[in-house]
Ligand binder design. Structure first.
Ligand code: A2P
Length: 272
């Protein structure tokens, strides 16, 4: 496993995403991932699966302190009192005493961002949360969060994959020591049929998914959280640290290409 160190904290380059999984499926995926060597798990209040994530970490043969655990606050819970109560409930459901990273799940223009970030900072002070961050924030919103937050913004979690390389936002994150956590790094499956990823994969004996994940995580300040419930895929997605894409491949993978993008769009796999 490789790590990305931001603001003095090391984060495993690959984590398990649990969006759109629930119940025993979540439990099984997290157990499989921990057994395969994952030490980074991502959940959210809105996924309705925190309980299963917590049970799986509890039952697995791992120390809680060795797992980097992220959850996210639902945007209708950004008022300070509500936010603090909801995070206390998340921590209880996760069967832990703290989360490593607490994110605002997506922007809520009706909430006062300063007040919200101050409430998040109180949770850091109390030891309930190690780091705070945001998700689905544009560069402009991220800059505002950085201005008003008493605690440094650790992460902006956004969609990033070969058809959506987020160049501008990534450069900004790199320049300001913010981690970019890539969700849907496989374009929710949309990049898997890509001919270029396939042909590059042949060179290293890797699948298109592995090439896409290697591409994302070879960037400075980027970690990725592919979602999977299949044992084979979960194992495959962490088996990307024994090869290295060269400069030319990195550039080619992210080159805007109307045909590649068009195909992905046609499949309805690429959202905003
Ligand atoms: P599955 O759960 O059957 O593995 P993303 O992380 O970009 O949102 O993509 C998630 C989708 O990609 C899921 O449908 C998941 O299905 C599939 N997937 C995840 N890993 C792989 C892999 N290594 N090969 C093929 N499909 C994968």
């Amino acid at each position: 496993m490789e790590y990305e160190t931001v603001q003095g904290t090391a984060v495993p380059k690959i984590g398990l995403g649990t969006w759109q999984t629930d119940g025993q499926e979540t439990y099984g995926a997290v157990r499989t991932a921990l057994a395969a060597g994952y030490r980074h798990i991502d959940t959210a209040q809105a996924y309705d699966n925190e309980r299963y994530v917590g049970n799986a970490i509890h039952d697995a043969d791992v120390d809680r302190e060795d797992v980097f655990l992220t959850t996210k606050v639902r945007p209708d819970r950004f008022r300070p009192g509500r936010l603090k109560r909801s995070v206390a409930n998340s921590i209880r459901r996760l069967d832990t005493s703290y989360v490593d990273l607490l994110l605002l799940h997506w922007p809520n223009p009706l909430a006062d961002l300063r007040e919200t970030m101050e409430a998040m900072a109180d949770l850091v002070e109390r030891g309930d949360v190690r780091h705070v961050g945001v998700s689905n924030f544009s560069k402009k919103r991220l800059m505002k969060a950085q201005r008003v937050s008493p605690e440094p913004i650790f992460t902006n979690q956004v969609k990033l994959h070969p058809f959506k390389p987020q160049r501008d936002l990534l450069r900004y994150c790199q320049d300001s020591n913010v981690l970019l956590t890539a969700y849907s790094p496989l374009g929710t499956g949309g990049v898997l049929d890509d001919d270029l990823l396939r042909s590059i994969g042949t060179r290293y004996d890797k699948t298109p998914a592995q090439v896409a994940l290697r591409w994302a995580t070879q960037h400075r300040n980027v970690v990725a959280i592919p979602k999977s419930t299949s044992e084979d895929h979960i194992e495959q997605n962490i088996d990307i640290f024994d090869f290295k894409l060269d400069r030319d491949e990195l550039d080619r993978i992210a080159r805007p290409d109307p045909v590649r993008n068009g195909l992905a769009f046609a499949k309805g796999s690429i959202g905003i």
